[in-house]
Design a protein around this ligand. Structure first.
Ligand code: HEM
Length: 128
C-alpha cells in the first residue's frame, strides 16, 4: 500500500524519509506479526479468533487497507465472501488431489498459487 511522504518529510520506525518519497507497507508482514496474532501466526488456525484477543487482532487487519484510502469495495467484497464461500463449502467437498505434493506461491500484486490440483465433490450426490 504505497503512500507519498508529505512536505516536511516523515520519520517512520526511526528512519527519515524526505518529501515525495514513496513508502509502503505489505499487509502480509502485519498479518504474520507474532506479537499480534500469536506465536503460530503463520498457521491456519481459525481458533485464534475464539481463544485470542479478537478485538485487537481485528483492529490490525489491513487486508482492505487503512485510513482515507481504504478499499471502496470492502463491504461488497465482505458480503460476497461471507455468503459465497460458506455456500461453496456447504455444497462441495474440496481438497488437495495429492496432499503430499507442495504447491508454489508467487508474490505479485496479490499472492498467487500455481500447481495446486484439487478435487471437488458434490456433498449430496458424491459426484466429481
Ligand atoms: C477481496 C477483495 C478485495 C480486496 C482484498 C481489496 C483490497 C484493497 C486494498 C488493500 C486497497 C488499498 C487500500 C489502501 O491503500 O489503504 C484497495 C483499494 C481499492 N479498492 Fe479494493 N479490494 C477488494 C475488492 C474491491 C472491489 C470489489 C472493488 C470495486 C468494487 C474495489 C475497489 C477499490 C478501489 C477503487 C480502491 C482505491 C481506493 C482509493 O485509493 O481511494 N476493491 N483494495
Amino acid at each position: 500500500m504505497p503512500r507519498l511522504v508529505p512536505v516536511g518529510g516523515a520519520t517512520i520506525s526511526g528512519f527519515y524519509f524526505p518529501k515525495g518519497y514513496r513508502v509502503g507497507v505489505n499487509g502480509a508482514v502485519v498479518h504474520y506479526d507474532k506479537d499480534i496474532f500469536g506465536p503460530e501466526a503463520d498457521n491456519f488456525n481459525p481458533d485464534r479468533w475464539i481463544k485470542g484477543d479478537a478485538v485487537r487482532m481485528d483492529k490490525m487487519m489491513i487486508h482492505f487497507g487503512a485510513g482515507p484510502r481504504t478499499c471502496i469495495g470492502k463491504n461488497i467484497s465482505l458480503s460476497e465472501i461471507y455468503k459465497l464461500v460458506p455456500q461453496i463449502i456447504r455444497v462441495f467437498h474440496i481438497g488437495l488431489a495429492d496432499p503430499s505434493k507442495e504447491w508454489k506461491t508467487h508474490n505479485y500484486w496479490f499472492n498467487k498459487q500455481t500447481e495446486v490440483n484439487i478435487f471437488i465433490k458434490d456433498r449430496m450426490y458424491g459426484s466429481n
